[in-house]
Design a protein around this ligand. Sequence first.
Ligand code: DAH
Length: 338
Amino acid sequence: MSENIDKLTELESRITSVPGIEDRSTLENLKKELLGKTGTFQQLQKEMKSIPKDDRADFGQKLNDLKNRAAEALENRFRELADLLGEDVSDLDYTLPGKKPVPGRLHLLTKTIDKILGVFRDQGFHIVEGPDIEDEWHNFEALRMTADHPARDTQDSFYLAKNRLLKTHTSPMQIRYMENYPVPIQMVAPGYCFRRDPFTSRHSPTFTQIEALMIDEGITFAHLKAVLSEFVRGFFGRDTRTRFRPDYFPFVEPGCEIAISCPFCKGNGCRVCSMSGWIEILGAGMVHPGVLENCKIDSKKYTGFAFGMGIERPAMIRYGIDDIRHFYENDFRFLGQF
Ligand code: DAH
C-alpha cells in the first residue's frame, strides 16, 4: 500500500510541475505518459485490485482526483502556451497527428527575372518598376507610336477607360525613367505586359518583359552589342552566340532584332528553333532622337540604346518548357519542379 501511496505522491509532484513546462512537445509527452492508454493512471487503476479492500475506495478516490487535476493542469498549460504563440485553440485536438507544412518557393518566372536582373546589376544597371496601368502618352505617344499605329487598336490592347490601358510592353518605363532621372541613365525595368492575345501554347494575354535603357554622351551600337552579348553569355552559357538583324520599332533608329544560337542543337537546327539554328529573344536599337526630345533630353548631345525582352521565351528555353500556359496556371505539379 505504502508503495502505491508513494506513487501518488510522485504523481502529485509531476502535476505541480506542469505550469512550469515551456514547450508543447514536453507537455505532449507528459500527457501521454500520465493519461495515455498505457499511462501511469491506467496502470495504477489496474493495480487497484492488489490493494486491501479497506483502503481501495480511498485510494481510488485519490487517484481519480489526481487524474482530474492532471488533465486540468495539462489543458490549462496547453492553452497558456498557445496564448503565448497567439493561436486560437478552442477546438484543437492535441492527439491528432500533425500536418506537414508544404514549403513555399519562388515562382519560376520570378527566379528567371532575378537571374536576368542579376546579370544586369553586375553591369551597373539600376533596377526599377513601373505601373501596370498606363496612359497613352507613356505607352505609345512618347515612344512615337502615333494614333494610326496598329498596336494602338483597342482590338490589341486592354483599355480600362479613355486614355487608360494595361501596359502593352515595358517600353513606357523608358519614358518614365527619363522624365524622373537625369542623364547618364542605365536602368532595367521588369514588368507584366498585357495584350489581347489568345491563350495558347505560344501566346498568353499576360506576359513578362524586361526593358533596358542606357543614355549618355557617346553611347554607340557597340555598347548595345557588348551589354547584350554579356547578358546572353551570362544567362544561356558562355558558348552561346548572338545574331543582330535589322528590324523596325518606332522608338529606335536603327532598330534590330536579336537572336541567340539555339542552345539545344548548338545552331545545327532542331524542333525548338524551327530548324533555323537561331531563336529570337528581343528587340533593341538606338533610342530615336524624337524619343529623347519627348523627354527633354538634348538629342544632339546624348545618345543611347534600349532593348525589350520577353522573359517566358528564355525561361522556356533554359528549362525545357514547351507551353507558355504552364507559367500562368499555377499547377503545383509544374511549379514544384523548379
Ligand atoms: N517594346 C517592344 C515590344 O514589346 C520591344 C522593344 C523593341 C523594346 C525595341 C525596346 C526596343 O526597347 O528598343 O515588342
